[in-house]
Design a binder for this molecule. Structure first.
Ligand code: SF4
Ligand code: SF4
Length: 278
């Protein structure tokens, strides 16, 4: 089940796309524009791509959030309308395999699959693709965070009394409401590392589990703790926990309001109604 390039959606997360302090949509758009222009102007040779990669590296991408994760300068836009992100050095893109000039080598690039490939079911992956559509920024953030997607779908299912299915996404208002829920990933405080899921960089740059210290905050654990951890709603990561939890509640309400009326084939919800199990 390929998650990287789907009919509509595309992802560049493992090539280091989000691995920088400013990983806002606008900053990444500018970065991908700049790389695409430089790499497309290069001769389609190993020397040409090596020079383009070196040029882009000299321009600097800012400090990586995770120093142990490489940032490849050969990730850019594959299409003229600049909605599909991908490898500019892939043989299907430039006619020959020039991935050795990137941050890894062609063998690693060819064989690497992120953990989402081993965890998402086909139906879950289709749901993520249908919700994010041709938006590589949101798709890359969500398709790499299995816990976040599952926690969101579980919360919606519990509130709506029915498991979220592909047929529900055919209802545009519900699809839009679910997209607003997923977009919590985009609305973190500037510089927040929450978009990397329920972990944060440790002292050695390796990921460590993120926990919200409710005791220190003198408040009970949220029923949506996993979603909050996945979006980095920990005050220590620079986010306002109360504000994000309130927004999360409103987005979930929006999903309930937009959930299509059950049809004759609707099945009972597969999850217990309460409490929210995490
Ligand atoms: S992070 Fe996963 S889905 Fe995204 S491009 Fe890499 S392997 Fe593919
Ligand atoms: S060369 Fe490898 S790391 Fe660089 S963009 Fe292509 S696939 Fe990603």
């Amino acid at each position: 089940m390929p998650l990287c390039q789907r009919a509509e959606s595309s992802c560049g997360a493992c090539c280091g796309l989000y691995n920088r302090a400013d990983h806002s949509r606008e900053a990444l758009q500018e970065l991908l524009d700049r790389r695409t222009d430089r790499v497309r102007a290069a001769p389609r040779t190993a020397a040409g791509f090596a020079e383009a990669a070196a040029d882009l590296a000299r321009q600097g991408d800012g400090e990586p959030l995770f120093p142990t994760v490489r940032i490849c300068p050969l990730l850019g836009w594959l299409d003229e309308s600049r909605t599909r992100v991908g490898c500019l050095a892939h043989p299907a893109v430039c006619g020959q395999d020039l991935r050795d000039q990137g941050a890894y080598d062609a063998g690693i690039c060819e064989t690497f699959l992120c953990p989402s490939h081993g965890h998402f079911s086909v139906e879950e992956a289709d749901l993520v693709g249908a919700v994010c559509g041709a938006d590589p920024y949101l798709y890359g953030l969500t398709v790499t965070d299995v816990d976040f997607v599952r926690a969101c779908l579980r919360a919606v299912a519990q509130l709506c009394g029915d498991e979220v299915r592909a047929r529900h996404l055919a209802h545009a208002p519900f699809r839009a409401a679910l997209r607003r829920l997923f977009q919590l990933k985009e609305e973190l405080a500037p510089g927040s590392d929450g978009l990397y899921g329920a972990f944060r960089p440790g002292v050695d740059g390796e990921p460590v589990d993120r926990q919200i210290d409710y005791q220190a905050l003198a408040r009970p654990r949220s029923p949506h703790d996993l979603i909050l951890r996945c979006i980095g709603a920990d005050p220590r990561s620079g986010n306002d926990l109360d504000a994000i939890e309130e927004t999360l509640g409103r987005r979930l309400d929006g999903c309930v309001e937009a959930f299509p009326a059950p049809g004759p084939s609707a099945r009972p919800a597969p999850y217990p109604p309460a409490p929210y199990p995490e």
